[in-house]
Write a protein that binds this ligand. Structure first.
Ligand SMILES: NC(=O)C1=CN([C@@H]2O[C@H](COP(=O)(O)OP(=O)(O)OC[C@H]3O[C@@H](n4cnc5c(N)ncnc54)[C@H](OP(=O)(O)O)[C@@H]3O)[C@@H](O)[C@H]2O)C=CC1
Ligand SMILES: O=C(CO)COP(=O)(O)O
Length: 351
């Protein structure tokens, strides 16, 4: 039996975990917000703000910050995971034996398992059980805008339509519109790759290139996503949705994006270390630019923009040389290799 009056728990008290906990509590659902740092949780409880990540937002009455993970897992009806993708697998395997059998799982994380072998959905299924209801929440949604009640629309994807609808119901309010989808693979791939592509667009803008280059990168980035969707078995319509085109456009074009800001700094000549230190928050495209190369190899799919981002970030290629490499590629029909000519191959390992 479910306890509908038992609290939800958001695990991870960064910008996005906090914004979603604020939303849930504002919607009238009691919400525990877990931080791995006891001093941080205590400060949030006392000041009723998350000064480290979202300082100008007052935490509503029904939001309870805490650092006691066992107590949270014992009390919460269901959980929402909000830790970065690099920490996701260890975090999930660490809670597997402590999570209530009845607890259902949603996550806010955008990225792939740090090995590049799995989607986060597969990580959840492997460690917490195939039968456990699970859903990802994704789409164009800057934390600060959501926490300030700016209109936003996202997608909740789950293999179980009833659970997607239930998670959507936790989140919905007149300013937060939630759609549902059963294409969890497509929703996860869109959310993961857009971060890498936003770094590419940031680099281009940081180098001083113009609006033409930006539009070309977004469009050819969409073609890379389309090829990967095709090979991995995701639904092409998902690309046109909030977790695909929506989040790609948002992240590539607005300076609130940390991935775009990283690219801008690299394009202007900052080192990776200095750029990351300046941002001071998780920049998922750094990890995903590496993991997605493994995915591209597994499916035999060319992702030239993602590859150049990988080379800049992980192999120290100067940003200007990455642009030259993209411009020097052989000419080809615009739509051919992206849409029509690729064989639909059965995934090497279903992804
Ligand atoms: N911010 C946004 O607008 C959006 C973010 N997302 C996604 O949400 C996810 C989280 O991002 P966001 O909240 O913005 O990131 P932030 O950088 O704002 O916060 C990261 C949070 O994760 C915690 N954390 C880091 N490593 C671990 C770990 N090993 N175990 C437990 N907690 C850990 C940090 O804790 P500590 O402070 O102790 O280091 C911090 O609370 C990312 O995948 C991001 O792509 C999705 C949509 C919007
Ligand atoms: O995912 C996001 C908005 O949808 C946040 O993007 P950044 O992580 O680039 O800030």
């Amino acid at each position: 039996m479910r306890q509908d009056d038992a609290p939800l728990a958001v695990l991870g008290a960064g910008s996005w975990g906090t914004a979603i906990a604020v939303l849930l509590a504002g919607n009238g659902r009691e919400c525990l917000l877990w931080s791995r740092d006891a001093a941080h949780a205590a400060r949030m409880a006392e000041s009723r703000r998350n000064e480290r990540y979202l300082g100008d937002v007052i935490l509503p009455h029904g939001l309870r910050p805490t650092a006691d993970l066992d107590a949270v897992l014992g009390e919460a009806a269901d959980i929402v995971i909000a830790v970065p993708s690099a920490a996701f697998t260890d975090f999930v395997s660490g809670i597997a034996l402590r999570l209530r059998a009845s607890a259902r799982v949603a996550w806010l994380t955008k990225g792939l398992d740090r090995s590049g072998a799995d989607t986060l959905d597969q990580v959840i299924a492997r460690h917490l059980g195939e039968a456990r209801p699970r859903a990802v929440i994704s789409g164009p949604s800057f934390a600060a805008e959501v926490a300030h009640g700016q209109p936003t629309a996202v997608t909740v994807a789950s293999p179980e339509p009833a659970f997607a609808e239930e998670v959507a119901g936790w989140l919905r309010n007149p300013l937060f519109r939630v759609y549902t989808s059963d294409d969890i693979l497509g929703v996860e791939l869109g959310g993961a790759l857009k971060n890498v592509l936003a770094i590419a667009v940031g680099i281009s803008d940081g180098l001083g290139f113009g609006a033409n280059a930006r539009a070309a990168l977004i469009t050819r980035g969409l073609a890379e996503l389309m090829r990967l969707f095709h090979a991995a078995g995701a639904r092409p319509e998902t690309l046109m949705g909030l977790s695909g085109l929506g989040d790609l456009v948002l992240t590539c074009t607005d300076d609130q994006s940390r991935n775009r800001r990283l690219g801008l700094a690299l394009g202007r000549g900052e080192t990776l270390e200095a750029a990351l230190a300046g941002i001071g928050r998780v920049v998922e495209g750094v990890t995903t630019s590496r993991t997605v190369m493994q995915v591209a190899e597994r499916y035999g799919v060319e992702l030239p923009i993602c590859e150049q981002v990988y080379r800049v970030i992980h192999q120290g290629l100067p940003a200007q040389r990455a642009v030259q490499a993209l411009l020097a590629r052989d000419p080809r029909p615009e739509l051919g290799a992206s849409f029509g000519e690729l064989p639909q191959r059965p995934p090497a390992k279903p992804f």
